[in-house]
Design a protein around this ligand. Structure first.
Ligand code: C5P
Length: 275
């Protein structure tokens, strides 16, 4: 099969349904235990033949314009490949939903490249390359695929400010928190999954709120709807609500946006798994 000249790849948003910080290595990196899923919503990467370059489009392109070394370019360089890359940036930048890692993974998928030492690009890149529901452990490089999940309906809420991941890890009070149970139950339906998630945590939520109190307002706005669960993703600032149906999720999105027109609020289902 010949390679198409131009390839378009979805870069689905990543959501940490749980994020337990279970330890810290001597080099300062943290050990994680996290359930990660991917959403329909995301950025879009296009690669075409040509010398290495990057063009930015989309509603959040401006947030990346000043960044000298975008992860898309670093991914292509790590793979030793030239390509004209276009990134449609639909997700807010530095917001805990994996944008940069998802973009880097999409570039590698589009180039059919699987360089070694992927984690050099970012802790979330191996999970984003898998782009299917996983349990993520270690620094992010130990991945265990999750059995089929019930359909999830999600609302994402971001207060409109970028968050520094290193700053959140630095502000973490306790670094040796309990992991998730060794054996995960079968998540046969949404109720079983939500019950399990309620007993889990995002350990980065408290330090992120201490750095950016508006995150607590996002969580309160989600809790003020029919959400089955409200939590922050990654190191924030994006928070999410889980809903029983797409209609509930859309109603919650409209309600939150109605009272907070300056926030970024989006409803989404889960992404179909990549093979
Ligand atoms: O890998 P990523 O670029 O997302 O990491 C950003 C920063 O977050 C790292 O430089 C590190 O300070 C912190 N981090 C960590 N432990 C991890 C992942 C990230 O301490 N497992």
């Amino acid at each position: 099969m010949t390679m198409p000249l131009t390839r378009r790849e979805a870069a689905p948003a990543k959501l940490n349904l749980t994020l337990h910080v279970t330890g810290r290595r001597p080099d300062g990196y943290h050990l994680l235990d996290s359930l990660v899923v991917f959403l329909e919503l995301g950025d879009v990467v296009t690669v075409a033949p040509g010398p290495l370059s990057l063009s930015l489009t989309g509603p959040f392109a401006q947030g990346l314009a000043a960044e000298p070394d975008n992860l898309c370019l670093r991914a292509a360089r790590l793979a030793g490949r030239e390509a004209r890359i276009t990134l449609e940036k639909n997700l807010p930048v530095a917001s805990g939903i994996g944008g940069g890692s998802a973009d880097a993974a999409a570039v590698l998928r589009a180039l059919d490249a699987r360089p070694e030492r992927l984690e050099m690009l970012g802790a979330d890149v191996p999970a984003c390359l898998a782009s299917r529901p996983v349990r993520m452990q270690g620094l992010g490089e130990i991945l265990t695929p999750l059995p089929a999940l019930p359909p999830l309906h999600v609302v994402l809420v971001n207060p409109g400010a970028a968050m520094s991941t290193p700053a959140v890890f630095k502000a973490l009070g306790q670094r040796d928190n309990p992991p998730m149970p060794k054996h995960l139950p079968d998540f046969t339906n949404a109720e079983a999954l939500v019950d399990f998630l309620r007993d889990c945590r995002n350990d980065l939520e408290a330090p992120a709120i201490a750095l950016m109190p508006r995150i607590a307002n996002c969580l309160a706005a989600i809790r003020d709807t029919d959400a089955l669960l409200a939590r922050m993703s990654g190191s924030g600032a994006t928070c999410f609500g889980l809903f029983a149906s797409a209609a509930d999720a859309k109603a919650a999105r409209d309600r939150i946006l109605g009272t907070n027109p300056d926030w970024w609020v989006a409803a989404s289902g889960l992404a179909p798994a990549k093979v």
